[in-house]
Write a protein that binds this ligand. Sequence first.
Ligand SMILES: [Zn+2]
Length: 330
Amino acid sequence: MFSAHLINEPSGDPGVYVKFKYRNEALLFDLGELHLLAPRQILRANHIFISHTHMDHFIGFDHLLRICLGRDMRLSLFGPPGFTKNVEGKLAAYTWNLVRNYTNDFIIRVVEIDEAQRLETRYSCRGEFRAEGTAVEQLRNPLVDEKRFTVRAAFLDHKVPSLAFAMKEKTQINIMKNALDQMGLAPGNWLVRLKDDIREGKGADFPVEARLKDGSSRTVPLGEFKKLVRMTPGQKVSYIADAVYSADNARKIVTLAEGSDMLFIEAPFLEEDADIAAAKYHLTARQAGRLAREAGVKEIRIFHLSPKYKGRERLLMDEAAEAFTGSSLR
Ligand SMILES: [Zn+2]
């Protein structure tokens, strides 16, 4: 379970904040202006995914850097070709002679991807943010495969490569408190291991060391815990930033976003300005709505609305909603 929202107004800088429920963990898609996020929200985001480094998608990096300085932090940033140079350019803009005095270390892991490979470089605050070696590997997609979620990327065309992302939670395993009590079991760390065993697909005979209420423990086959757990399929959120409307992009967007619970998609222009959208390598609201419909998403949120429609944003929302629900097709 997570909540996801646009950081700014739909006509403001792009950026989506995804917070995992019941966990002190979040992730960010794009780094536009970030001032509407509280520092404590920013400090939770340990995975950040950048579509491309046009200024409106990356200007928030400095704000992020400032908030993280002096903290004990590990931050992973993912971005398109050229991303490492962009981050290094930002880091090179400041003088770091005093950072050795920090007792905490803030470490940035930059992962630059293209369709074939990933380049990973590490920078540490106490090391004055000098590159500490680059590892080149074949691309892995999902880019991130954590215990609780994966993040996959698609490579879109925005005249420059522009990455789109989809975060999918893995199936959630919840312990039913009543059943735990009825079975005479005690809460504790053994339940964390039990969840891991289920996630890893261990068989019904697999021996589990269970803790009983009286403080003793007993070895029980995994199959006997069926009544104790409830499995909830994970949710999916997709983020489609700048992209031109082309057959190739459309196919990649639909594939990536398929079945999302929530789709954030750019929709800068009205269909009547489709020629401007095409010239600027952006989508129209109708195209965004149609793509969402084709991908079978549950909810759509449009963003990156052009300032051209100031005061008339409703038109873009309506056009996207009509194409999404299919009411414009009737
Ligand atoms: Zn943009």
